[in-house]
Design a protein around this ligand. Structure first.
Ligand SMILES: [Zn+2]
Length: 270
């Protein structure tokens, strides 16, 4: 009797949290970040590959940590190339067809396709090339019947157009910064929207929480980026901040909010 009571009490207390988008290979002291994540109630973290090197790393991390799942993708190429050049790192351009074959080979080990999408924020973007690559990634996700984790920067309208044209399924709009009408459009199509941990200080994500039904919301850190505290590195344990914010805005209980979002994750990714 006492045992049963304790069990119910523990289940009621525990929240199940999920971080559907992260770049774990960029985190300092990952072992401790994983411990803190577990202590905060995080049950699953999806780390996203973006190129040849990080796709392999993502698969390694999935093997290394039970809590970690992974998604593989090819990030908008030219924008990435510029970032790499700026950071002084050598850019190893991946062979797209080779990488697609690699992703297909590992389809049983991955939760989704991503991070993929369009990024028109840098100066020398090659729009046509990016769009061609994005279409290939959408087709791949459909072929493998996996969710698509979509990045869109200064290209929100174009991203929505291509997703519609290609009849994309199981779409996750990661860190979407399009205007209210574009958010509405995506929500009407049944897309999921991830709310990042900087929702506590970013009004566009606060209005996204208001706009989108709780059944289409997910939580992410995009670690080490988008920290709830400006200038600090982000990590999965901070998902608690997002849950608090969503609960406050929606007028729901925190546990109810967390569990609803975890169910969304289960429904979409399983
Ligand atoms: Zn990301």
């Amino acid at each position: 009797m006492g045992g049963t009571f304790l069990k119910v009490f523990v289940i009621l207390r525990l929240m199940e949290l999920v971080d559907v988008h992260n770049h774990l290979e960029l985190l300092n002291d990952l072992d401790h970040a994983i411990i803190r994540a577990k202590e905060s109630g995080v049950k699953k973290i999806i780390t996203s590959g973006i190129d040849h090197e990080t796709n392999r790393k993502a698969l390694e991390l999935k093997k290394e940590y039970e809590i970690v799942e992974c998604s593989l993708g090819i990030y908008p190429k030219d924008a990435l190339k510029k970032e790499y050049e700026a950071s002084g790192k050598a850019f190893k351009e991946c062979d797209v067809e080779e990488e697609i074959a690699f992703i297909k080979k590992h389809q049983k080990d991955i939760m989704g396709i991503g991070e993929v999408g369009l990024d028109f924020s840098s100066e020398n973007i090659n729009q046509k090339e990016q769009e061609k690559l994005f279409v290939k990634m959408i087709k791949l996700a459909k072929e493998l019947n996996k969710p698509l984790i979509v990045h869109s920067r200064k290209a929100e309208k174009e991203v929505l157009e291509i997703l519609e044209r290609e009849n994309a399924k199981k779409v996750v709009m990661h860190c979407f910064c399009g205007n209210k009408n574009l958010v509405k459009e995506g929500a009407l199509r049944g897309y999921y929207f991830t709310i990042p941990t900087n929702v506590n200080r970013a009004s566009n994500f606060q209005s996204m929480v208001k706009e989108v039904n709780i059944n289409q919301l997910l939580t992410e850190t995009d670690g080490p980026f988008l920290s709830p505290i400006k200038g600090e590195p982000n990590e999965p344990a901070n998902i608690t901040v997002t849950i608090k914010e969503i609960a406050k805005i929606k007028g729901f209980d925190e546990k109810e909010t967390a569990n609803n979002i975890f169910l969304n994750y289960m429904r979409l990714f399983k």
